[in-house]
Design a protein. Structure first.
Length: 201
């Protein structure tokens, strides 16, 4: 599928085909595509947390999404939470903000990554939905998301059972700290990323 075709065909999907599967390899391909986006001084602060087990997806959907978004994402079996590390994009090495936007640049960079992700999903024949109403602190607790990360989206993806995948990029060791907030959620229907830490929960 050409880029223009993917851009024109992408829609916010609110009805998912029950039982459709998405593989771990497809999820990795989505995240790898996300990391191809540009970022502030190549800081690459986005983080992705992917819940693929039925139990975790059900728990998050029932306890971290309001009723209407539970309905909107019903049948999408993988949830992707996207976040960015605060205090890096838009900041000088001494920790001062480069301009009035501050951490707004981290959110901006993550938006660029997430656009790549949803367009790659469409290329793979998967559909997505971005949901902005959710329980951010509940997501942080259930997925053990560090306080230094702003959480921007949650996603659902039709995938195989395998727990939670935490994805960090190659610069994970030098990123800063802060406290996190949650902005949006994403539902996803549906070559290797930098590193993956798989935990069964």
């Amino acid at each position: 599928m050409e880029l223009r075709e993917a851009m024109e065909a992408r829609r916010s999907m609110r009805k998912y085909e029950a039982g459709k599967k998405v593989t771990r390899e497809q999820v990795e391909e989505l995240i790898q595509a996300a990391y191809l986006a540009p970022s502030w001084k190549n800081s690459e602060t986005p983080r992705y947390y992917v819940a693929m087990s039925e139990d975790v997806v059900r728990d998050i959907r029932e306890n971290c999404l309001p009723a209407f978004n539970q309905n909107n994402s019903a049948g999408a079996p993988v949830l992707i939470v996207t976040a960015f590390v605060k205090g890096i994009s838009g900041f000088n090495p001494d920790g001062t903000a480069c301009n009035e936007l501050g951490d707004g640049w981290g959110c901006y960079d993550l938006g660029l990554n997430n656009e790549n992700l949803v367009l790659k999903a469409k290329e793979l024949g998967l559909d997505t939905l971005i949901m902005g109403i959710r329980d951010g602190e509940g997501l942080r607790e259930k997925l053990s998301i560090p306080e230094d990360q702003e959480i921007v989206s949650v996603g659902s993806d039709r995938g195989q059972r395998c727990g939670v995948i935490t994805v960090r990029n190659r610069r994970a060791g030098r990123l800063g700290k802060g406290c996190g907030k949650f902005f949006a959620a994403l539902a996803l229907d549906g070559e290797k990323c930098y590193s993956m830490d798989i935990r069964s929960i």
